[in-house]
Design a protein. Sequence first.
Length: 430
Amino acid sequence: MSNVVILGAQWGDEGKGKIVDLFSERFDMVVRYQGGHNAGHTVRIGDQTFVLKLIPSGILRPGKRAVIGNGLVVDPAALLKEIESLEALGLNVRGQLFISNRAHLIFPFHRLLETLSAAIGTTSRGIGPSYEDKIGRRGIRLAELLEPSHFADRYEALVEEKALIARALGIPEPDFGAIRAEYEGYAEWLRPMVCDAARLINEAIAAGQRVMFEGAQGAMLDIDHGTYPFVTSSSATAGGVCTGSGVPPTRIHGVVGVSKAYITRVGAGPFPTEDRGEAGDELRKRGNEFGSVTGRPRRCGWFDVPLLRYTSLVNGFDSLVITKLDVLDHLEEIPVCVGYRVNGQVTCDMPATCRGLESIEPVYERVPGWKTSTAGLARYEDLPGRARDYLAFLESRTGVECGCISTGPERNQTILRSGSRLESLLEDGV
């Protein structure tokens, strides 16, 4: 039995949704352990496209249990909308979805507060302020929503503070009474899906079932290990699995990072290898690099070896999935950042501050391109020799195998390398 974590190795948007959907066939349960409905996991199956924001991507596989863990923050209105949209496409969501009773709630006033905060590129869905209330021990969990008298007491204490903030900022107070009534109405349709998720997951593991843990965002957006303060409000690295799901580290057997063959970022924050010229524009066009949740254009640049070595260090990657290799098909040569020049010295160390990252000079090596289409290829042997050389170059510099290569958005446009550590994990080898 092997339980595996799948997470983003860069700044998010690496293509995790497709990979989780693809690999979930081999697992019994898929668990989201952090974030909120700011994630945008896009999965294409035939002529249908699914954009999952809060619900784990494993929901697309009939009979697989999908779990929203305690580490998430949940907006009931957004969740209901997502459930209804998926059920309209024929999915049995309410028969497969389970939600932790310890997950925290997002309220409309959280969204309002986020729009008033400093701009760091958030999605303005109230996720950061909800996590602030959680850490400040003011938050309200789903378990409390399902107990009417307890919810009333907790809610009144929370909105008393929000009313003071509104008055201090000179903005109209939200209709707190209407919000309370709205959320009391959500309680009954949520109740059948809410459970002690930690118990559910651990009992599944004890019974010999296999669990996949699905990360949102990416490791460089982790609240502790990312490019702070331009980060998300949760633990997006593998360490967040334990705190965000209630599963001990001894029950996790492998960590798989998902990385584009180049790199992108949404919103503000340092980006050492960003290409602001025509080449970056071409990557955006060919890769359709626009946010699936916000629609914002993504900043595009070149593969960053020091960044990947760092995210591998803090996550312990057993293998990498390289996505969007086909986006590079047109290039004569491909720049790869292999080091950072700091004060005249070349290093692979990741600066701890944004100012440090903004001051470095990327050191590039140029790898020959292959100038032929790789789109849709499903066998490693069919890749052009120079495409295989590019992957080998990334392996040699990052120290992590490229166990899987995505050559397009469809499930079957994927190469799983025979004999890889990833293949072993997926075939239940620990």
